[in-house]
Design a binder for this molecule. Sequence first.
Ligand code: COA
Length: 566
Amino acid sequence: MMKKNPRSMRMLFLTHSFNSLTQRLLSELAARGHAISIELDIADSVTEEAVARFRPDLVLAPFLKRAIPESVWSVVPCLIVHPGIPGDRGPAALDWAIQRGETRWGVTVLQAEAEMDAGPVWAAAEFPMRPASKGSLYRNEVTEAAVRAVLKAVERFAAGDFQPQRVPGAAHPAIRQADRQIDWTTQPTADVLARLRAADGFPGVADELFGQPCQLFDAWPEGRLRGAPGTLLARRETALCRATADGAVWIGHVKKPGGIKLPATVAFPEAAELPEAPLAGWWQADHPTWQDIAWREADGVGFLSFRFYNGAMGTAQCRRLTEAFGWATTRPVRVIVLDGGSDFWSNGIHLNLIEAADSPADESWANINAIDDLAEAILRCQTQLTVAAVGGNAGAGGCFLARACDRVWVRDGVVLNPHYKNMGNLYGSEFWTYLLPPRVGADGARAIMQHRLPMPAAEAVACGFYDACLPAPGFAVDVARRALEMAQAANFPAQLADKVARRAADEAAKPLAQYREEELAAMRRNFYGFDPAYHVARYHFVHKSPHSWTPRHLARHRDLDWIIPT
Ligand code: COA
């Protein structure tokens, strides 16, 4: 095989969607100097045309739902990222692994051939399994392993002297709803959780609530509540608690047939009749339970954790988090760390709840105002220094909400999408017009908002948008140590006084209210104006409409002005 310069390979990504793993691989490979273009897997003829136009050295398939046609894999090497260990073949690899209770799992990069997942293996990487949903494992362990395996495979391919080996294996069948079914009266919590997690975020476990069919998502263990197995025991905020054979679990989200994924009590108003099981305040509970907002404090540092499913922040969630933040500022702490979930820090307003509302325009307006109230509360905080610990991906308004904090520390490997354009040309709010330009300059701000491309954590720090990129292993420990150092710094009072003075100077130059008004005037046009682009884009996003073409900013090979590096 010919030796290729690893700095200049041309790679075509063929993928079902431009998902988080695809975005991460794009940033890792582009940072290593490769010329990458993307084609969504729409039709074989489209893929064939992309290959003919781009003439890639390699096709990489990070996330495919169907086989690559022979007309493609027979003319260019195609490497598939399979979320399973070498020898594992077939669909739903991760679903089966979780449901079987595997303790270690992995990712294999193999070459496409006629038989699915049976081609020679270029590289593989393993990881220990964590008791978490499929989506969470995918966004964390699988993604990290995939990056390691793909970089190794690409290096081997470029070196030209590696002979990929076939690994014997057998294909497991597709996983059916019958395989996922839960018997609430006989199955213990551990089994119930494994089944729910194996099906989350797609397709969920088919079941019944209030006598109606639905799919269940977003499971949390419950340590205290007990009752007759299978019965619904309680509700808390938007979640429902159901008894298992030996305990209970919370269900956070459901999807009714033909509907969209929604918080459980929103989908089932009947839940109002269940007894409420509130938590006592914002303190982190001392037993496993459903708790989307939790506070803990030690040595002058407070951690306000928020784990909102898919990072989506609806009106009520924003209001509750604003309330919790206001309460946190009254605590005897010097530093408040806003600690979002490990999957997503925040993805901005809750597009599913908006879609389900009687008036999506009114709900969009309420939601953007609620998230702006939260951003404003953080910006106006005069009693503590605030830190956003961005340990999971963030998109759109979520990226700017983090920036409202005095410091933003982001985990290496996190992918940010700090722009709104992909959602029907939304103008955006969350004070981005106040927060972004001073950090990246007017041109930088324009580039970020217009280019619509993901931004890796390291780049966000390099361009000045965020403050520090911390290594992935030990991120939480590192955050806690740095926050403690901040709280114990001898010049803490001076730092706080400096922040208060800068805010006052900024307010005198142009009040926050004016930034907000200007942003919201544009958002009002997005929500209520003649151009329905936002409502159309949201509909397609929420309903997961299949792509009918690859956006130009991804399919660079279709851009006649793009000079392909040789
Ligand atoms: N509201 C509701 N659901 C959202 C959401 C939002 N703002 N952002 C993401 N989600 C959901 C997705 O629908 C998907 O749902 P699923 O569990 O049914 O599959 C899930 O979160 C994961 O999203 P996905 O797109 O698969 O994740 P990703 O990591 O590949 O991509 C983003 C992340 C941020 C690029 C992408 O989710 C996105 O563009 N989100 C919209 C951001 C936005 O426009 N917010 C509103 C403006 S403030």
